[in-house]
Design a protein around this ligand. Structure first.
Ligand code: ZN
Length: 318
C-alpha cells in the first residue's frame, strides 16, 4: 500500500510533577532527555521530550507536566499502553531494576508468538510495557547509568482501547497505510508493510466507559511522515475524506497536523526531517530550556514560572 507514513513518531502524555517525570524517564528508564521546552499552547508548562541519542522518530515519549492536574481515567477512546522494546537478555535486568526502584510490574507474559511483555506504570499511573524483541536492531540511548546492552530501544507498539476495531482499522488503513497483520482475542494488530513502523494494537473493551483526560493518560499519538510535502498530501486526503484536520502547526522540531480517528483518539502526523538538533548540538540535547522565537522575548517571566528540573543519573546508577 502506498503511504506517506513511516511509523510512529511520538507519544505525548500528561504528568504532574516535572522533576518526578524526569526521575522516572531519564533516571529509572534511562531515556535521554532530548529537549526541554514549553507547551507552545500553554507556555507556563514544560514540554519534556525523551528518546534515544538523537530523539529519532519512533523513540520519542513526551510530557506536559501540569503540577496539580486532576487525575485521568482509563477507558475507551485512548492510548492506554505505550510499549518499549528491549532485548531478550535484558528482561531479567529490567525486572531487577524496576524492583530496585520499587516500581511494581506484572509477570512477563507471552502475547503473540514469541512476544513477551511486562506491564508497569510511571509515577503518575501511565500504562507502559517492556516488550522483548530480538528483531529490533536499534541500540537506544547508551545512558551512563544503564548497563551496556540493556538500553530501551524505542517504541515497540502502542495499544488503543476502543469499543470496536473495525472503524479505527479502516481509518488507519485508508489514511495512514496500516494493515491488520494479526489478531488474538480482543487484540487487533496493525502495521505498515515493508516499514519498521512499530505496531498499533486496537484492543476492544467490553467496558464502554470513555477515557477521561488528565494526569497519567496519553494526550495524543503522533505518526511520522518525512517532510512538508508528504504531510500536505496526507492532509488533502483527510480533507477529501471529510475528516476534520487542523492547519499545519510549527512545533519547531517538526511540523504537525491533528485529527481524531473514529474511536476518539487524537492523532497527529509530524514531519521527521527537522529534528531536535535544530537548535542544540547533539551532545547538549535537553540541557537548556529552549523556547520558540515568538516566545523568546518572555523568557525571564517564563523561567520564573517554571520549577527548575535536572537529570540526576547518579541516583539511578546500577
Ligand atoms: Zn505531538
Amino acid at each position: 500500500m502506498n503511504t506517506n507514513i513511516s511509523g510512529l513518531h511520538h507519544v505525548t502524555a500528561l504528568a504532574s510533577d516535572p522533576q518526578r517525570n524526569v526521575d522516572f524517564y531519564a533516571g529509572i528508564l534511562g531515556l535521554r532527555m532530548v529537549k526541554k521546552t514549553i507547551n507552545f499552547d500553554a507556555p507556563d508548562v514544560y514540554h519534556l521530550y525523551y528518546g534515544d541519542e538523537m530523539g529519532e522518530p519512533g523513540t520519542i515519549m513526551t510530557f506536559f507536566p501540569f503540577p496539580g492536574i486532576r487525575g485521568g481515567r482509563n477507558g475507551v477512546g485512548q492510548v492506554n499502553t505505550t510499549s518499549f522494546s528491549i532485548s531478550l537478555q535484558s528482561l531479567d535486568y529490567w525486572q531487577e531494576r524496576l524492583k530496585r526502584f520499587s516500581i511494581p510490574f506484572s509477570n512477563p507474559q507471552e502475547r503473540f508468538n514469541g512476544e513477551i511483555s511486562m506491564y508497569f506504570q510511571d509515577f503518575d499511573g501511565l500504562g507502559l510495557e517492556l516488550v522483548v524483541s530480538d528483531h529490533d536492531p536499534r541500540t537506544g540511548y547508551l545512558a551512563p547509568h544503564i548497563a551496556p546492552g540493556h538500553a530501551i530501544k524505542g517504541f515497540y507498539s502502542v495499544s488503543m482501547l476502543e469499543e470496536g476495531y473495525e472503524k479505527t482499522g479502516a481509518f488507519m488503513s485508508r489514511f495512514l497505510g496500516y494493515e491488520l497483520i494479526a489478531e488474538k482475542g480482543n487484540r487487533f494488530r496493525y502495521s505498515i508493510k515493508g516499514k519498521k513502523a512499530g505496531f498499533v494494537d486496537v484492543v476492544c473493551s467490553s467496558d464502554k466507559a470513555r477515557a477521561l483526560g488528565g494526569n497519567g493518560t496519553v494526550h495524543h499519538l503522533a505518526f511520522a511522515t518525512y517532510n512538508d510535502q508528504q504531510q500536505l498530501e496526507i492532509r488533502e486526503k483527510l480533507l477529501s475524506g471529510n475528516v476534520q484536520v487542523s492547519q499545519v502547526m510549527d512545533r519547531q522540531y517538526f511540523h504537525s497536523i491533528y485529527f481524531r480517528e473514529p474511536g476518539g483518539v487524537l492523532f497527529e502526523v509530524a514531519t521527521s526531517d527537522i529534528g531536535f538538533h535544530y537548535d542544540e548540538n547533539v551532545s547538549e540535547l535537553g540541557e537548556s530550556l529552549k523556547l520558540p522565537p515568538w516566545v523568546e522575548p518572555n523568557r525571564t517571566n517564563i523561567e520564573k514560572g517554571l520549577k527548575p528540573i535536572s537529570v540526576n543519573t547518579d541516583s539511578y546508577k546500577d
